[in-house]
Design a binder for this molecule. Structure first.
Ligand code: ADP
Ligand code: TPW
Ligand code: MG
Length: 575
């Protein structure tokens, strides 16, 4: 139908999509391509969107989520229909649970064939399946709606509590044509995608009154504060009030970890002692024992800053809710200090300092030990030394003991410089996060994985090599999930369900792709090899040989396991 002259005035869905994304500053796309999105990536790349091709959609999704956490703007990933789409749903949901802004775009098959259940190529009712797995889901059925669809996705992902958004892109729509000028006229830039939400002054005054009268106040900083980029306000508030604080794992570095008011090394005593707690972007979910029980002072009162009003009273009463965005809330709290001054009582600060001394000394004997084979502790003690010298380097961390011990041992000095398993404790997020962080920031990344955790997504070392990214992967190889010496309690002679290959040389994996492999057996080697690998600014992998007899079952959360009533796993009766 089209003549040569009219064709030149036509554009198509894939070109309009690239234009709409670029119009909104989305200039990166992670993904795995195939029918019908191959040209979404190729055309995007041609138009100036950096495309990072992965080996598995989950890792592309995690990279996009990492970008969202680091920048506050949604990261974008693309998948093919049904199977690729399903691989992408897991990171989309995890990003939503974590509150990271990101957008998953999937190609989809022909609507009428899918809806009639006729068995289309990779046919699946993707839009409806996506809905419970994300914050919002839209299908763009017409090329003239692309700009609107992109705008809706950006706003839904970024505003309020951020999260994952699904955009369904039917192949027919991607190939549909439109007059270029008419298509250009549909493009627009989203104005103020995450508007400030200013809390009521009365909620600020109520909170300050409580803090001013507290004997043992505590500030608990969560990853919401990191997402809100509220480091200046949070630092000023701690400095002016002198209140001891604790940081959730991804809030580490918002205030440099070596701040004397950081009470991380006596977390238990701090939580049990605090009578008033200001939560800044941290939920009272399982990670904080729901704000109840033995972990907390029975008379504790909570102040909670959160952008989501339904988060308040989630698991117990919040006596002073502050509903609004953290940056605005902290600004108002700082302003309010002029009227209602708050100073942490010195006796409380002193008592915590005493508790810290004891714990720090106890920890140092473990992290400084030169035991070989290494434990998680002394290997991480060596990592800490190198990270202390390289505060700009981003840290990614997953595993059980590898996660919990690293969080406690390795200091972070800058905001949003630590990414980990997050609210759900997901294994297999690490390489995607590391690649997302390296691509987004251009900085070096140290990516520390348990040997089990690394198994989920280790193939992405090829991606790191293909794009020549400055990532040093470290595999803490203790030969298993939690540790390597569990035994099969049956009689078939198979390895135990927790056992992996302690003899594995993960460093050889990266050598297959031209990266540099190291095998570290002592803390001194860890320190020297990590220093060298970071200085090279090239992909590297250090196989860190850890004693198979070290590591607690489920790390620090073994208490969450159901206890068998009988059989060899039942715990010995305690007196
Ligand atoms: P952590 O795991 O570090 O404790 P959570 O993910 O449980 O943190 O909690 C983060 C909270 O921060 C969420 O309830 C989310 O709604 C909130 N949040 C995210 N961004 C903002 C923001 N800009 N302003 C206020 N609250 C926010
Ligand atoms: C997607 C369950 C929690 S921790 C873990 C698994 C499999 C691995 C721990 O061993 P690792 O670390 O990584 O070797 P270490 O140092 O303790 O030996 N599937 C998913 N997520 C989770 N959380 C699991 C399974 C799990
Ligand atoms: Mg392990």
């Amino acid at each position: 139908m089209d003549t040569a002259t009219t064709t030149t005035n036509l554009t198509d869905g894939m070109h309009i999509l690239a234009d709409a994304l670029l119009k909104n500053g989305i200039n990166k796309m992670y993904g795995v391509i195939g029918i019908p999105v191959t040209d979404v990536a190729r055309i995007g790349q041609g138009d100036g969107i950096r495309y990072i091709g992965f080996r598995h959609e989950a890792d592309a999704g995690n990279a996009a989520a990492a970008e969202g956490f680091l920048t506050g703007k949604p990261g974008l990933f693309v998948t093919v229909s049904a199977p690729g789409y399903l691989n992408g749903l897991a990171p989309l949901k995890a990003a939503t649970v974590n509150g990271f802004p990101c957008i998953m775009m999937s190609g989809s098959s022909t609507r009428n064939i899918v809806d009639m259940g006729e068995g289309d190529y990779e046919g699946l009712d993707q839009l409806n399946y996506a809905k419970p797995f994300c914050k919002a889901a839209y299908r763009i059925d017409r090329p003239e709606d692309i700009a609107l669809g992109v705008a809706r996705a950006i706003r839904a992902a970024s505003s309020g509590r951020p999260g994952g958004v699904y955009l369904d892109l039917p192949g027919e729509m991607l190939g549909a044509t439109m007059d270029q000028a008419a298509a250009d006229a549909t493009l627009f830039e989203v104005v103020d995608p995450k508007p400030a939400m200013i809390p009521a002054q009365a909620s600020i005054d109520r909170a300050l009154d409580l803090l001013a009268n507290a004997k043992q106040p505590l500030v608990y900083i969560g990853k919401g504060a990191a997402l809100a980029q509220a480091e200046d306000e949070v630092n000023a508030f701690i400095e002016q009030t002198g209140i001891p604080y604790l940081a959730m794992s991804m809030a580490k570095g918002l205030i440099p970890d070596d701040n004397p008011l950081n009470s991380g090394s006596c977390r238990g005593a701090t939580m049990r002692g605090a009578d008033v707690v200001l939560l800044i972007g941290a939920r009272l979910n399982w990670m904080l024992n729901f704000g109840i029980g033995k972990a907390w002072n029975p008379d504790v009162k909570f102040i909670q800053i959160d952008i989501d009003p339904t988060e308040i009273d989630n698991s117990r009463q919040i006596v002073a809710p502050i509903v609004g965005d953290i940056k605005s809330a902290m600004g108002l709290l700082l302003e309010g200090l002029k009227k209602i001054p708050v100073k942490a009582p010195q006796a409380w600060v002193d008592s915590l300092n005493e508790a810290k001394k004891v714990n720090v000394a106890k920890f140092a004997t473990r992290t400084e030990a030169d035991t070989v084979p290494m434990t998680h502790y002394n290997a991480l003690g060596a990592v800490k030394k190198v990270m202390d010298m390289n505060p700009d380097v981003y840290l990614v961390n997953e595993g059980a003991n590898t996660l919990d011990d690293c969080r406690d041992i390795v200091n972070i000095y800058k905001p949003r410089h630590r990414l980990d398993c997050g609210t759900w404790g997901v294994m297999g997020v690490g390489t995607g996060y590391a690649i997302g962080a390296a691509v987004t920031t251009g900085e070096s990344v140290v990516s520390i994985h348990g040997d089990s955790a690394f198994g989920f997504d280790g193939m992405e070392v090829e991606t790191a090599c293909r794009y020549n990214l400055p990532i040093v992967f470290m595999v803490f190889n203790n030969g298993g999930i939690y540790r390597g010496d569990f035994e099969n309690i049956g009689t078939d002679g198979d390895p135990s369900p927790l056992t992996l290959m302690a003899s594995a040389r993960y460093d050889k994996m990266i050598e297959a792709f031209g990266g540099v492999g190291y095998n570290a057996t002592t803390p001194a080697e860890v320190e020297q090899m990590l220093t060298e690998a970071l200085a090279a600014k090239k992909p590297a992998l250090i196989n860190v040989v850890i004693d198979i007899h070290t590591g607690k079952e489920s790390g620090h959360i073994g208490n969450l396991n159901p206890v068998p009533v009988k059989g060899p796993l039942a715990p010995k009766p305690t007196a």
